[in-house]
Design a binder for this molecule. Structure first.
Ligand code: NAD
Ligand code: GLY
Length: 369
């Protein structure tokens, strides 16, 4: 394998289900060598038509160089594929290829392809191994790691799912060069999340180097992605099933999901943008409750703004969702337990904690202000 480019490896320590996350530029060309030890027989490569046009041929060539008999399955791009119809289509195509329990399925794409393929792999023949080759920044730092897989239901997003860990993650940071700027920034919100929730030094580093990472500086983007993956890997290793600490990864998500729902999961607000605004609101609520210094919240919001991310409900184009409507959406979220809303709040930058004790009046103020 080539050593010319910055490369990092992070292990998700889950005992006999431990796996490595490889992060680096031009890793796609080494995918054959990395997947060869896991491949058995025909290897389906699941992708979407956008990603297929960009990266399917180079991946198939890399697999062929290592004697892997790969067969592409191309799904429609977009959230619509994370559905029962998408699952039926994908599992049908996987069965037609004769995939058996000893096989390996490869997901090449963003979080939609990773979540759908992981779920299909988890239920097909009671569980087939799969590999993640994430192609969006969001997928490289979040959705490809940790084994949460799902499709959407009429009642809400990600409601039909299971934990199924991948056997390997290969994050080629060079693939991010073709990502639309808006998608790149949305993924960056999840990077900033790691600094905010548990690592103030990483947040300092992002203030200094985040712009370079977003501009494609190789060392900076490899560091940003691998550090994010290391933080997630460590949390997942300690709390795989989200009985405690893993919930910190939902920083900004109670607010963010409500905003996505109120804007109809439309182009007005994509997931990472909702998370960015949601994190800024979590800081503001923490300040309002006297838990967090105001200067930390201001610093956090300043960094979002400096990178071009939204940080307030008023930044969403179109009619502003009201507090009652947003609280209504929050109560339908997965993160409601025994009728009480769960929030991740902050004692400061890098110091998140989970609470279910948020007075509704303070919540309304933050959603109104
Ligand atoms: P996505 O998969 O829809 O990708 C966004 C768009 O970018 C798509 O049109 C895709 O075709 C295109 N694309 C992908 N890679 C590209 C590239 N390199 N160059 C150009 N275009 C490219 O969206 P996403 O933001 O990656 O993922 C969102 C999904 O992830 C949601 O369904 C969300 O629920 C899920 N998610 C899951 C987890 C988890 O832990 N499993 C965590 C966060 C989000
Ligand atoms: N994206 C949150 C988690 O994986 O737990």
């Amino acid at each position: 394998m080539s050593n010319l480019h910055a490369r990092k490896r992070v292990t998700v320590g889950l005992g006999d289900r431990a796996y490595d996350i490889h992060v680096g530029a031009r890793l796609l060309q080494d995918a054959g060598a990395l997947l060869k030890p896991l491949a058995r027989g025909t290897v389906p490569v699941v992708t979407d038509s956008h990603v297929a046009g960009l990266y399917l041929e180079p991946l198939l060539a890399a697999l062929a160089r290592n004697g892997i008999d790969a067969r592409p399955i191309v799904m429609a791009p977009g959230e619509g594929s994370k559905s029962f119809a998408g699952l039926e289509s994908l599992t049908g195509q996987l069965l037609d290829l004769g995939i058996d329990r000893g096989g390996l399925i490869v997901a090449l794409g963003g979080g939609v392809i990773g979540d759908l393929t992981g779920f299909a792999a988890g239920v097909l023949k009671r569980g087939v191994a799969f590999a993640q080759i994430p192609t969006t920044l969001l997928a490289q730092v979040d959705s490809s790691v940790g084994g949460k897989t799902a499709i959407n239901a009429r009642q809400g997003k990600n409601l039909i799912g299971l934990f199924h860990q991948p056997r390997i993650v290969i994050a080629d940071t060079e693939l991010l060069s073709t990502l639309p700027r808006r998608e790149l920034l949305a993924g960056y919100a999840e990077v900033v999340k790691y600094g905010a929730l548990g690592d103030a030094d990483f947040f300092n580093w992002l203030e200094a180097h985040g712009a370079a990472a977003l501009a494609g500086d190789e060392a900076a983007i490899v560091e940003a992605v691998s550090h994010s993956c290391r933080m997630k890997a460590d949390i997942v290793a300690r709390d795989e099933r989200e009985s405690g600490e893993r919930a910190l990864l939902n920083l900004g998500h109670t607010f963010g999901h409500a905003l996505e729902a109120a804007t109809g999961f439309s182009d007005r607000l994509i997931h990472g943008e909702g998370v960015a605004i949601g994190m800024a609101l979590a800081f503001r609520l923490s300040v309002a409750l006297g838990l967090c210094p105001g200067q930390d919240a201001e610093r956090f919001t300043r960094h979002l703004r400096a990178t071009g991310l939204p940080s307030a409900i008023a930044d969403i184009p179109g009619p502003r969702p009201g507090p009652e409507e947003l609280i209504g959406h929050m109560t339908h979220d997965k993160k409601v337990s025994e009728g009480r809303l769960t929030f991740v709040l902050l004692k400061g930058l890098g110091q998140a904690f989970v609470t279910r004790d948020v007075p509704v009046a303070a919540l309304k103020d933050v959603l109104t202000g």
